[in-house]
Design a protein. Structure first.
Lengths: 292, 462
């Protein structure tokens, strides 16, 4: 085969261009740590990264949802705890009021404290969280109870999506907690005690103790349900955090460059490039005009 | 038996022939780096004069070191490589529109839309969360519009590029026809027309970058040039190619049929820049536009169906979040925020019943869950988008591989052509020495004859 000057130059240019391109690609991977910078770098990985990005975004949104609703759930739980504590004090006052040695004035004095506790209970039942009144259901702009303890909200739950197959309720029903049908109307129980104290009715006072216990039990149950919501949030957060970590790892595997491999390639191709330049110089020297 | 005078003429012929050889060698050395230059070989042969043996030499002309089959293969290889390279370059700009690694894709907008529904569910009564949903929905529509518009503009640009390429093809065809005319005239006058053939060859190489080219030489030195299956140059005549839009919006390549009409030769186009442009425009962009339209149409309708089932803060339901039109066609280009919700955050339907307004969040949760629900094609929005990204990547990767393959084939054929037609300075150095020595020897013959004749004249003079 004839070897012409044009063939020498083309060969030198072609080889150097090819090695240069490979070296530049390897250097980019090594310096950025990213192997897939565009879909054609690895189409399967790029498609996987697109799907992972969407899944990861959804996971992060759900984690953010948990963070946001956790505050209200904790506030609900602590509010119900405070409410049940009121009934502990109410029971003490009822037992105190049921003492046969008390005078009407002394019972009236206890009644004053009971009235104060009712105000406190009403205030707790109308506690507000980030999204409005905690116990109003979805009527978040309306106080859950009026001054007489009548329920003004609804029983619709506040639901969010946190990775479960069905929406998760993260609110506690005000009606179930305070005025459940078939259960206790805690405001009525409190009012009964207040009335008995005002009437100096020792028997009625004694009779209210059991109802106060039942009311407290209802509030404790509601608090336990609120605690379950927090547990659900914790469990979901744990699962979603693991999922988020796994998604990040998978994305790292799919799209990131192996630092050892990419550094080795850069070094190897750099040496190849040096050798190619040296060989090219020799080839071009052969083709020089010294022969003339 | 030859006389001294005849020997004198022989020496003269040799000097002429060796001088011609030196001249051709000089041409070769001079043009060692000239693109398209074909190495010449002097044709030196024995001078025949009847049946007598004269022993003299004559110059029969020169020969261009070419091989019609290698030249044809080079034209074909250049056409294929050029088509692949153009296809690759154009696809790069399409790929960039779906490069979520570079934050230019639709993926982020899609994810943000559904994340905004999740955020709304945490506090449906929050005006900020409602405004964020409108913002995310608007961003999804805007990004869809931007990608679709860029694809549409790229299609228009490619039409213009195809028309400009065709104009360039026609200009080169005219130049080749003119060179055919000059070569015919030169050869009719007994000239070799090598320089003109080099020029024509250069034009053919340039033409092969634009369109698939096949040449058919005739015995008079002219050539027929076929491009896209039609003879665009036939001797000194040309037939122009043109590009227009077919009824389906694809590129239609037509050839002047010589009788005032045109012939559709689109299906015969196989190579060159024009083929790369057509492949990108009519196959890839069409394909990705269709997939994008379907994704946007399906997502918008799925979101609309769920949104219409819910209630805004005003207790009204039945409102679409997006206005996407009734058909798939241009869905990505046309999608907008629904008129009933645009600028009206309270219209976002987070609640599933009127009674659960304003804190009801179940419809917002259901809207976020559309992200996980299979669209009519059986895949979720994220999966479908991933499929689009993967398909574009596969296509671009395959075309990039084709570029490498076609360039390797082109380089191989160019090496064969260069080996056949290129100038080797080693050979020219040898030729230079060969003709120089022969010229010196011929001069020696001439001086010897001169001495002999001088000697003869001196003897006769005594």
């Amino acid at each position: 085969m004839r070897v012409t000057e044009g063939m020498r130059y083309s060969q030198v240019l072609g080889n150097l261009a090819s090695i240069n391109a490979q070296h530049a690609q390897a250097a980019q991977e090594a310096s950025t740590g990213i192997r897939v910078t565009k879909p054609s770098d690895d189409p399967i990985a790029a498609a996987e990264l697109a799907r992972l990005s969407a899944s990861s975004s959804q996971t992060k949104a759900q984690l953010s949802t948990i963070d946001t609703v956790r505050g209200d759930a904790e506030l609900t739980e602590s509010t119900l705890s405070d409410a049940s504590d009121i009934f502990v004090r109410l029971k003490e006052l009822a037992l105190q009021g049921a003492n046969g040695g008390l005078t009407a004035e002394e019972r009236a004095t206890i009644g004053v404290e009971v009235s104060g506790l009712k105000e406190a209970l009403l205030s707790l039942s109308n506690a507000r969280g980030t999204r409005g009144y905690l116990f109003s259901g979805t009527q978040v702009s309306t106080p859950a109870f009026d001054t007489n303890g009548n329920f003004q909200g609804n029983d619709d739950a506040h639901v969010v999506g946190i990775g479960n197959s069905t929406p998760t309720a993260v609110s506690t029903s005000g009606a179930d907690s305070f005025v459940v049908a078939g259960g206790r109307n805690v405001f009525a129980d409190l009012d009964s005690l207040s009335t008995a104290l005002a009437n100096n009715d020792e028997a009625a006072i004694r009779g209210s103790v059991d109802n106060i216990d039942l009311a407290r039990g209802q509030l404790v149950d509601a608090r336990a349900k609120a605690g379950l919501i927090l547990s659900k949030l914790d469990a979901s957060q744990s699962v979603l955090t693991s999922l988020d970590t796994q998604q990040q790892k998978t994305a790292q595997t799919a799209g990131a460059a192996d630092p050892y491999e990419s550094y080795t390639r850069v070094t190897t191709l750099g040496q190849t490039l040096d050798r190619a330049i040296a060989v090219s110089k020799q080839i071009l020297d052969i083709g020089s005009t010294n022969r003339f | 038996m030859g006389s001294l005078t005849q020997l004198l003429y022989t020496a003269r012929d040799s000097l002429t022939a060796q001088s011609y050889g030196l001249n051709v060698t000089g041409q070769n050395i001079t043009n060692v780096n000239t693109p398209g230059y074909v190495k010449r070989d002097p044709l030196i042969e024995t001078r025949a004069l009847g049946t007598a043996t004269t022993g003299s030499v004559t110059v029969a002309g020169l020969q261009r070191a070419t091989d019609i089959y290698i030249e044809r293969r080079e034209l074909s290889a250049r056409g294929s490589a050029s088509a692949a390279t153009e296809h690759d370059n154009q696809l790069a700009s399409v790929e960039a529109l779906f490069n979520d690694q570079g934050s230019t894709g639709l993926g982020n907008a899609l994810s943000n839309l559904f994340s905004s529904f999740s955020a709304l569910a945490t506090n449906p009564n929050d005006p900020t969360a409602r405004t964020a949903v409108l913002g995310a929905a608007g961003a999804f529509a805007d990004r869809s519009n931007a990608i679709a518009n860029t694809l549409s503009e790229t299609k228009n640009d490619l039409l213009k590029q195809a028309q400009e390429t065709t104009a360039e093809i026609n200009a080169k065809a005219n130049s080749i026809a003119q060179l055919n005319r000059r070569i015919l005239a030169a050869q009719a006058q007994g000239e070799d027309a090598a320089d003109l053939k080099d020029q024509r060859n250069n034009l053919l190489l340039g033409l092969s970058e634009l369109v698939d080219v096949r040449t058919i030489p005739d015995d008079k030195g002219s050539i027929i040039v076929q491009a896209s299956g039609t003879a665009i140059v036939d001797g000194t005549n040309t037939r122009a190619l043109s590009v227009n839009l077919a009824a389906d919006g694809s590129l239609q390549i037509s050839s002047d049929n010589g009788s005032g009409g045109t012939t559709d030769v689109t299906q015969l186009l196989t190579g060159g820049k024009l083929a790369g442009i057509k492949e990108t425009r009519d196959v890839d962009i069409f394909d990705v536009s269709s997939k994008l339209d379907k994704l946007v149409f399906d997502v918008a309708n799925a979101v609309n169906a769920q949104h219409a089932a819910g209630f805004g803060q005003d207790g009204v339901s039945g409102r679409d979040l997006f206005d996407v039109g009734p058909t798939l066609t241009d869905a990505a280009r046309n999608i907008r925020l629904g008129a009933a919700v645009a600028g009206n955050p309270a219209a976002i339907a987070a609640a599933s019943t009127a009674a659960s307004v304003p804190g009801g969040s179940d419809n917002a949760v259901a809207l976020a869950d559309v992200f996980n629900t299979a669209l009519p094609d059986g895949r979720t929005a994220a999966e479908t988008y991933g499929d689009i990204v993967g398909a574009i990547g596969q296509r671009k990767s395959a075309v990039a591989q084709a570029v490498e393959t076609q360039n390797a084939i082109k380089a191989q054929v160019q090496t064969m052509r260069e080996s056949m037609s290129g100038v080797s300075l080693d050979e020219e150095m040898v030729s230079l020495t060969k003709y120089q020595r022969a010229y010196e020897a011929s001069g020696r013959v001439l001086s010897t004859v001169d001495e002999l004749m001088q000697d003869l004249i001196n003897r006769v003079g005594k």
